[in-house]
Design a protein around this ligand. Structure first.
Ligand code: DC
Length: 337
């Protein structure tokens, strides 16, 4: 007897989405484990509370699974657990050893139980200007991990909207656009390049306008869910240092190391003025400070996955620290010192 575990996330709480995703998961389990339908003895299905429009077991009929005992149960709720997740435990009598079982996790569904799953990743969250990207790049280099900048993905959706005349305050229009936005990440020497509809926009998204549009579109659940599954998928396949606003709390709640970087708004505004100066752009400190405060407001007070400190995060105030000092401090945490 062999038991295969599997999980998948559904796009929406509809009968169609539940059954389509369950079928996809069952097909993958059967194919990857070389199981004949008639050898299946029993399948336990679970669904998270937010999926209640169909019994997932119905999908088994389509695959001709008629003899097996089928059970559907509601998944226990665990804080920060994945949303809209379907799981199965499939038991088959195919003469193979349990050690050969290939468990299947699709669409970013590998961490339903963040309380027991640990991912070899470093999650770095914090407000704009706290030094996340500089430090995250340095940490990734030191560890040989891939650096993933999730803010760039929100910036890219914002760019796509503004280039197509869509108001980033219009949730419906942004969500519709985001549905067809083709975002691709490529990693070269551990660094990320981002492509919008096959065009490299890595540099183009670094403007103040893109940052503000990113913060606006990041409020919408459709946008967040689309990007969340992309982000989880990357961390599934690679060891990452991922930075953003909700990495430790929502995207990778099972990350081995969680860091929350902070700095006073004045220090962060000063850093921004310095960056602009380096690019030959004169900027007014009080104007920049007002924008920093406004973006904080928006990122911390939005309804979906706001910027908050994960319970198990190490908080580092970088106001009076150099990049090297922050880097060393985080590396010491990673090493468990
Ligand atoms: O880190 P950044 O400045 O590139 O991010 C731009 C905006 O994107 C930020 O103001 C909020 C949003 N964002 C988010 O909501 N969640 C993330 N994980 C990353 C960024």
């Amino acid at each position: 007897m062999i038991c295969i575990r599997g999980a998948v996330t559904a796009e929406e709480n509809t009968r169609e989405s539940i059954l389509e995703n369950t079928e996809l998961l069952l097909r993958e389990i059967i194919e990857k484990n070389d199981i004949a339908v008639e050898d299946i003895v029993c399948i336990d299905f679970t669904a998270t509370k937010d999926l209640d429009k169909a019994y997932p077991a119905v999908a088994a009929r389509k695959l001709g699974i008629t003899e097996a005992a089928l059970m559907c149960m509601q998944e226990m709720y665990v804080e920060n657990s994945l949303k809209m997740c379907l799981r199965v435990g499939l038991f088959a009598e195919n003469g193979k050893k349990q050690s050969s079982a290939k468990h299947i996790y699709l669409k970013g569904a590998q961490v339903l139980r963040p309380d027991i799953a640990v991912i070899d990743a470093v999650a770095i969250d914090g407000p704009a200007g706290s030094g996340k990207s500089t430090v995250a790049k340095a940490i990734a280099k030191a560890l040989g991990y891939v650096y993933v900048d999730t803010g760039a993905m929100y910036r890219t959706i914002g760019l796509d909207c503004s280039e197509n005349g869509i108001d980033c305050r219009d949730e419906k229009a942004v969500s519709q656009k985001a549905e067809s936005t083709d975002i691709e990440l490529k990693f070269e020497n551990g660094l990320q390049k981002i492509y919008l509809n096959k065009k490299d926009v890595t540099e183009k998204i670094r403007t103040q306008e893109c940052a503000e549009n990113a913060s606006l579109v990041a409020r919408y659940p459709y946008v967040r869910e689309k990007l969340a599954s992309l982000q989880r998928k990357i961390a599934e396949d690679t060891q990452v240092v991922m930075d953003g606003r909700d990495i430790g709390t929502n995207i990778l709640p099972g990350a081995k190391t969680k860091i929350y970087l902070d700095a006073s708004s004045e220090v962060r505004a000063k850093r921004r003025v310095g960056e602009l100066k380096d690019k030959g752009i004169e900027a007014d400190f009080s104007q920049i400070l007002a924008r920093v405060i406004q973006r904080d407001e928006q990122d911390k007070n939005r309804e979906h996955n706001p910027l908050t400190v994960a319970k198990d995060a190490h908080v580092i105030d970088t106001s009076n620290m150099s990049v090297d000092e922050v880097r060393e401090k985080i590396l010491a945490i990673v090493r468990g010192e």
